[in-house]
Design a protein around this ligand. Structure first.
Ligand code: 9MJ
Length: 661
């Protein structure tokens, strides 16, 4: 191509990128579209085909690159340039007055100007721009280190891929959230496709952002408001927080139009009451108002205690209260036999979640509140707090109710086999759910909260705290451990499922042979028998497992509840020294553990199998080896001792020479 044509293409691509960026800004940030959908699509199509013809014209900030197409390989940790702070809370006017007094005293002022912002209930995010180009997006994490969600964040239209007039480096902080309209549309789509609806916009936003496939994130109507900056290099900083917001807006960031400067306590409280009144009409969830000292030099002067700045406070709204009907009162049994009454409620959406169960704690509490089946009760839930019954609406008590009486005992809902299966599922070498030991597994099953291992991934904090002897801290830890276990590997999951005859080694073999779960679940007995280590009996057990609807449903639920694993690289490349060799380890090795030996063999291309069969090519015989060594001799399979095994690992080709018939 002539350099003229090339130059022309380059200029055209630049013009298209600029125009599309402008339309995106107008549509997503200013909420004022400047072009019809069809005209916009035309621009995108033209840019796409230009970039397809000239790949070197495709820049990372090109709007065509919002969906990289490539699924993220996981969420790598990223250290924030500057720590992301968390906010101290106020729950009453008195709390806010205390905060204001402390600020004024420290600064030696009568009155301080604040910036008042709505407190979005979404996910805090840190966007890093270098020379104006978005290079990284990370979740808050622990404030110091978050998770890399760049590929997913890029798909959000309101996130500028490039900033106008940005300094050399800037971290932009904001909250990613789902507006109500988008949330409802998403839930309609979820239900239509047979998936579970999300409990609230926050969960939906979090779930959408944590998708490994950015294409899924892209299909979710997420947006964001920016409300601050972190590290900045190479540019002059504003003097006040309010100017910072204006600066962000100028650079092209979406900033909430609700943010206002207020002077002193009286104006602050007026803003709070005004926003509280408008809260139902905002179109997105907020859970309070954030007040930030406006002058940045004063922010520096005030400093911070641990992670919370002294110059800001989140004044939370009063917990929401709703009325609903008590449908039943069930009694859960703790491990040591204590009985806990639990009210089953007509589902009610309160404080951002649908509440269906609420603990009534014990016989005394239920008697004191006199909660009866059929009663209308007031339920309250604030933020992350466990929902509670505030009291009975006596005016609405239907005729014929009777005081609740605690039963003496309730039937046991779990059998020993279920308990063992759940313990195995959670064990360290399976799903590795820390803290879910024997006692808790038993308690979860006996209470009826968990009937199938997949139910673990649907547990809520309120449900866990309703268990006898499980404090809020332990419940939170357990939920975190369960959440961590969502990210797993295919061998672990297969092992956890407890398929008869499928231990850890077989699970690994199955995973590397089939690469993914669907292929395995659909495999015929004959196909399963091709896997090393898998004979006709094991193959038929595996096939039978996946033929069972209950099991298929379990796997489906695990997936829809967020359990995920990377695809396994299919069986080893065929050019490694031990490719085609099936090796069995038996007896004790002195120089390394069996796992390490297996890994080293696998790295050389060998399949490591647990049992000796006609398919075995070599048996490594350690100390005190038993029947496997005998069987190898019977079948005429070559064996080597540990010394030769070490030699094999060091120089495979040479040792193999001596083994080949
Ligand atoms: C929310 N969630 O809307 C902050 N936030 O500032 C606003 N959060 C914040 N500001 C410093 N508006 C740390 C967190």
């Amino acid at each position: 191509m002539s350099s003229d044509a090339k130059l022309q293409a380059s200029a055209r691509a630049m013009a298209l990128r600029e125009a599309i960026g402008r339309h995106d800004h107008a549509y997503y940030v200013l909420d004022a579209p400047t072009v019809s959908d069809a005209a916009y699509d035309d621009l995108m199509r033209e840019l796409n085909s230009l970039e397809a013809a000239h790949p070197d014209l495709c820049t990372p900030d090109s709007p065509t690159q919002r969906v990289g197409g490539k699924p993220a390989s996981g969420f790598a940790p990223v250290r924030h340039g500057r720590a992301m702070l968390s906010l101290a809370n106020a729950f009453s006017e008195a709390d806010f007055a205390d905060f204001n007094r402390r600020v004024c005293e420290r600064l030696g002022r009568e009155d301080v100007a604040y910036v008042a912002e709505t407190k979005l209930d979404g996910l805090a995010i840190n966007l890093t721009y270098e020379n104006g180009t978005l290079v990284s997006a990370a979740t808050r994490g622990d404030g110091e280190v978050g998770e890399d969600v760049t590929a997913n964040i890029r798909t959000i239209g309101a996130v500028p891929l490039a900033l106008k007039g940005a300094p050399r480096l800037i971290e932009v902080r904001g909250e990613v959230y789902l507006p109500h309209e988008g949330f409802e549309a998403l839930n309609r789509a979820q239900l239509a496709s047979g998936a579970k609806a999300f409990a609230n916009p926050r969960n939906a936003a979090a779930g959408s952002l944590r998708q490994l496939d950015p294409a899924i994130t892209r299909a979710r109507p997420l947006t964001l408001y920016c409300y601050g900056i972190g590290q900045v290099e190479g540019g002059e900083l504003p003097q006040t927080h309010f100017e910072t917001l204006a600066w962000l807006r100028e650079m092209g960031c979406r900033v909430s139009p609700e943010s206002q400067r207020v002077n002193g306590q009286a104006e602050a409280l007026r803003y709070y009451r005004e926003i509280e009144a408008r809260r139902p009409h905002l179109g997105y969830d907020i859970d309070g108002v954030v007040f930030k000292v406006d002058r940045l030099d004063w922010q520096v002067e005030l400093g911070q205690v641990s992670r919370a700045p002294r110059w800001a406070i989140a004044y939370k709204f009063r917990p929401e209260e709703r009325e609903t009907r008590v449908l039943a009162i069930d009694v859960q049994v703790g491990r040591t036999g204590q009985l806990t009454p639990v009210a089953r409620l007509e589902p009610v959406f309160v404080g951002g979640v649908t509440v269906t169960n609420v603990t009534l704690h014990n016989a005394d509490e239920i008697a004191r509140k006199d909660v009866r089946v059929g009663d209308m009760v007031v339920v309250r839930r604030a933020g992350d707090v466990i929902p509670e019954v505030v009291g009975v609406v006596l005016d609405k008590r239907p005729p014929g109710t009777v005081p609740f009486e605690m039963p003496q005992a309730v039937p046991d809902q779990a059998d020993q086999q279920q308990i063992q299966a759940l313990i195995h599922f959670a064990s360290r070498r399976a799903m590795d759910i820390e803290g879910l030991g024997d006692k808790l597994a038993e308690q979860l099953l006996r209470s009826g909260l968990v009937q199938d291992p997949a139910d673990l991934y649907a547990l809520s904090l309120e449900q866990l705290v309703s268990l006898e002897r499980l404090g809020e801290k332990s419940a939170e830890n357990l939920l975190r451990a369960i959440d961590l276990s969502r990210t797993t590997t295919l061998p672990r999951l297969l092992h956890a499922l407890g398929i008869a005859e499928v231990g850890e080694a077989t699970a690994r073999q199955l995973a590397s042979h089939f690469g993914d779960l669907d292929a395995l679940a659909e495999a015929s007995v004959a196909m399963l028998e091709e896997v090393p280590d898998v004979g006709p009996i094991v193959a038929s057990k595996i096939a039978a497992y996946f033929a069972d609807d209950e099991h298929r449903e379990r796997v489906h639920r695990l997936r829809t509840l967020g359990v995920h694993w990377p695809a396994v690289t299919r069986a080893p490349a065929d050019n490694l020294p031990l490719t085609g060799w099936t090796v069995v380890l038996t007896g004790t090795l002195e120089s390394m553990g069996r796992e390490q030996a297996s890994e080293q063999l696998a790295a050389l291309g060998a399949k490591v199998s647990g049992s000796v069969s006609k398919k075995t090519s070599l048996v490594v015989v350690g100390a005190d080896a038993g029947s496997k060594a005998r069987k190898a001799a019977e079948l005429g399979i070559p064996t080597i001792d540990e010394e030769r095994f070490s030699a094999l690992l060091a120089a495979p080709a040479e040792v193999l020479q001596t083994l080949r018939p």
